[in-house]
Design a protein around this ligand. Structure first.
Ligand code: DX5
Ligand code: ZN
Length: 219
C-alpha cells in the first residue's frame, strides 16, 4: 500500500485548557480527522471527556470527528455522541453484549460505525459483520493512556484485517492507534493501514511543530 494515509491527531495529547485553539491549529497543520478519546475510568483506567466537549468543539471542526469510545456500557451513550457531532463512532466489542446491534444503531443515528480491536482481540470478532462496519481500528497499545510504546505484535493483525477487508470488497477504513511515530507509521501503512491516529507524535513541540509532525507521519 502506498496511499496517503488519513492522519487523525488524538486530542488526548492536546492542551486541554485550550482545546478549541488546538483543534484549529492541527487542522491548519493538515489534520484529516480529529480523534477524540472518550474514557470512563471503568472500561479503561483513565477518565477523559464526554459528549458536552464534543459538542463544544464541533463548531471549530472543519474535518470529521472520529470518536473512540472506551466506555461500558456503551449503548446508552451512542445517541448523545452522535447528536453532539461525532461523524465516526468506534466501539470495543467488549463494551456491550451485542456488537451487531450496536453497529447498526450507530449507522441508524447517522454516523459511520467503527470496531476497535484491543491487542488481545481476535480479527474473527468482525468476520460476520463486514457489512455493518465502516472502520476498523487496531490498537497497538492497551487503551487508556497516550505516550505508550507501539506493540509490533499488532502488525500481523493489521495485515490479517487488510486481507479480510480486501476479500469483502468493501470500502472500510483500517486505522491504527497507539504509539504511532514517523517510524511505526511506515510499518502500519506497509501492513495495510489507511488511517493513523497519533497523539504524542503530533502535539510534541507545540503548535509551531504540528505541520512538520503531521508531514513526518505521512512519510
Ligand atoms: C489511548 C488512545 C489513543 C492515544 C494515542 O487509549 O486511544 O488515541 O491518545 O496516543 P499516542 O499517539 O501518544 O500513543
Ligand atoms: Zn484512540
Amino acid at each position: 500500500m502506498s496511499l496517503r494515509p488519513i492522519i487523525a491527531p488524538s486530542l488526548l495529547a492536546a492542551d486541554f485548557a485550550r482545546l478549541g485553539e488546538e483543534v484549529r491549529a492541527v487542522q491548519a497543520a493538515g489534520a484529516d480527522w480529529l480523534h477524540i478519546d472518550v474514557m470512563d475510568g471503568h472500561f479503561v483506567p483513565n477518565i477523559t471527556l464526554g459528549p458536552d466537549i464534543v459538542r463544544a468543539l464541533k463548531p471549530h471542526a472543519t474535518v470529521p470527528m472520529d470518536v473512540h469510545l472506551m466506555i461500558a456500557p456503551v449503548d446508552p451513550y451512542l445517541e448523545a455522541f452522535v447528536e453532539a457531532g461525532a461523524d465516526i463512532v468506534s466501539v470495543h466489542p467488549e463494551s456491550g453484549p451485542h456488537l451487531n446491534r450496536t453497529l447498526k444503531r450507530i449507522r441508524q443515528l447517522g454516523a459511520r460505525a467503527g470496531v476497535v480491536f484491543n491487542p488481545s482481540t481476535s480479527p474473527s470478532v468482525i468476520e460476520w459483520m463486514m457489512d455493518e462496519v465502516d472502520l476498523i481500528l487496531v490498537m497497538s497499545i492497551n487503551p487508556g493512556f497516550g505516550g505508550q510504546t507501539f506493540m509490533h505484535s499488532q502488525l500481523a493483525k493489521i495485515e490479517a484485517l487488510r486481507r479480510m477487508i480486501d476479500a469483502s470488497g468493501r470500502d472500510i477504513v483500517l486505522e491504527v492507534d497507539g504509539g504511532v511515530t514517523a517510524e511505526t507509521a511506515r510499518l502500519c501503512v506497509d501492513a495495510g493501514a489507511t488511517a493513523l491516529v497519533a497523539g504524542t507524535a503530533v502535539f510534541r513541540g507545540g503548535p509551531d511543530a504540528y505541520a512538520s509532525n503531521i508531514a513526518a507521519l505521512r512519510g
